[in-house]
Design a protein around this ligand. Sequence first.
Ligand code: HEC
Ligand code: HEC
Length: 259
Amino acid sequence: MKRLPLIFFAVSLFAQNEFAQSAAPRNPRTSPEDVAAGAKTFRSHCGPCHGLNAEGGRGPNLTSGIFYHGETDAALLNNISDGIAGTEMPGLFYSPDRVWQVVAYIRSLSSASGAKPSGDGARGQTVFQAKKCSQCHRIGGEGGRLGPDLSLIGSTRSLAHLRQALLDPNADVRQRYWVVGAVTKGGAEQSGFLMNEDTYSIQFLDMSEQLRSIQKADLAKIRIEKVSKMPSFKASLTERELEDLVAYLWSLRPKERAR
Ligand code: HEC
Ligand code: HEC
């Protein structure tokens, strides 16, 4: 409330769009030196997920100029400072000035176009059905739960990551998909994805998608393997099927972009 008189003052002095800008702040750090400093921060903190040149990896390509989670400068600042809840995107706990530099760097890339898939998405959809991918993956609510939901995979992963996921699933397995193997004192063996752990028990999702709980007191042995439950399709896809499938996965994104 204290700021009200100031805002009226601003409106009376500047044009309407100047007022709009003060409501949605613009990046104050856009000099070439800021872009260079932002690039440096990016390589060390963001490159492992988004690629050293932001071309995308486990995190999306950031060079296309399209940002599904918000594309104003202010939205980028928030998403990078706070992370994006419910996703793997972590927050960067730096001063706003240093985050603005990273925003300036990302903006500087937008002209270099985002890569487009070379395959045919419609043919890729038939490959997806023929290879029974939906045994483990859901798209639009249909399919199995052993693997991640792929409904929006095209907006969060790069082409290179999608290709790698099919050819070499073990290359990058998220913790949620590490496999726990447990042997009870009675000698029974069970395995599944670790879902939760508390003082007395562990819970995991077994391979028939049943949630199981084992008392730690009953455990003889437990081991965690960072390997994927997804088979490699390296030997069972032709080059063309692979590119078509990647094009199909890439097309799985929100219908209406939130702008
Ligand atoms: C642990 C991996 C990881 C790290 C580290 C990481 N990101 Fe992300 N980032 C992601 C993922 C995954 C997403 C996609 C989230 C989603 O939509 O599911 C994402 C999303 C984003 C988005 C939103 C894209 C959009 O379409 O709106 C921006 C911007 C972004 N990251 C920037 C950064 C920056 C800058 C850094 C470094 C300070 C960084 N990220 C570090 C994984 C990461
Ligand atoms: C036996 C179950 C199973 C089958 C069959 C299977 N997947 Fe997967 N898939 C998984 C699991 C589990 C993961 C998560 C671990 C990982 O990243 O490899 C995964 C991961 C993926 C990812 C990476 C997702 C991400 O978030 O990065 C893609 C893309 C994918 N699968 C596509 C496919 C396609 C396309 C097919 C069919 C050709 C297929 N999968 C068949 C279980 C399966």
